[in-house]
Design a binder for this molecule. Sequence first.
Ligand code: 3PG
Length: 399
Amino acid sequence: SDIASLGNLSGKRVLVRSDLNVPLDGTTITDDGRIRASVPTITQLSDAGARVVVTAHLGRPGGSPDPRYSLEPVARRLSELLGRPVVFASDTVGASASEAVAGLEDGGIALLENVRFNDGETSKDDAVRGAFADQLAQLADAFVSDGFGVVHRKQASVYDVALRLPSAMGGLVAAEVDVLRRLTEHPERPYVVVLGGSKVSDKLGVIDNLIDKADKLLIGGGMVFTFLKAQGHEVGKSLLEADQLDTCTRYLAEAADRGVEILLPTDVVVDTAFPSGDRAPEPRVVPASEIPSDALGLDIGPDSAAAFAAALSDARTVFWNGPMGVFEVEAFADGTRAVAEALTKVDGLSVVGGGDSAAAVRQLGFDEAAFGHISTGGGASLEFLEGKELPGIAVLERD
Ligand code: 3PG
């Protein structure tokens, strides 16, 4: 059910769960993509005359207040992007929150302090979570779920509160679900999936579910070295998940059985140390089968980048999750840049999923509009593509 199902919202208090979990350097927001993505629903509710109470988390503070994870800098940025005042409450369900909500005029907006400063939010105990959800629910007359990045979490502000108030799906969650369903149900072919990022173990579910749906699977990023090792290559000091070697071998065999083409890089950019501190990077391109023992792979090489781009050129559906290398360092950003560039040229649906790849696209200066869809969800978009039921969606779609 969408926001219209809530009826006339004028004068009503509406609790909105947004995902405002943005990367911070101290108190400086380094990528405000998720805040931007939250603006349309908040504006829509404010325009409808609702008294908008936004709740969100930042990081994983562990159930008690921790100033490093305060949403105060986010409140300021949200206000700038909305072009409207945002009252910041210094707690989530305490005196400051009640006061902020009571003081709202029709169309006014408040942001509550980090919901994860309360141990009830993430508790595994239904009763503890429920008690906290009761307190949240007292602040509002209706609930709008708009934080797609957290719909895979069975948490009080995502799940339990929806059981306690008339609830609706915000436009951001609806749009995300719509696009991701197109990737899992009848995707147009050729369907190419590009996976990167550091860990194979984070991507097992997606590979399992997509290995018989996709036509091609392109693998880069830190996770590729476990695949290369599984093929019998030495990977030097590169990232390696020894306990996933058998799984990688099984995927390679399964893909071959099902006629799914798996592309691994044939060359990689290496350095002798992970880039850090003042030392300038010393990138070197080597064949993927000849990584020196004192080197570690930090990006896919230029031949591989060209091969990946070619594999994407005739795709009609693409899902990309995870950078190809350490894109934050310019010397190791070319592989990620090449994949992003290739996605912008796709004639069909191109979806960038995952916090890191979305941040990469913006950081490398690409125009977001050049992509079919940039998901605000990291874990949530992966779990969606794994075919798992997401508690925050299921609770809204229950009869
Ligand atoms: C994310 O960053 O993917 C979401 O905000 C969820 O955060 P979490 O993994 O800490 O629940």
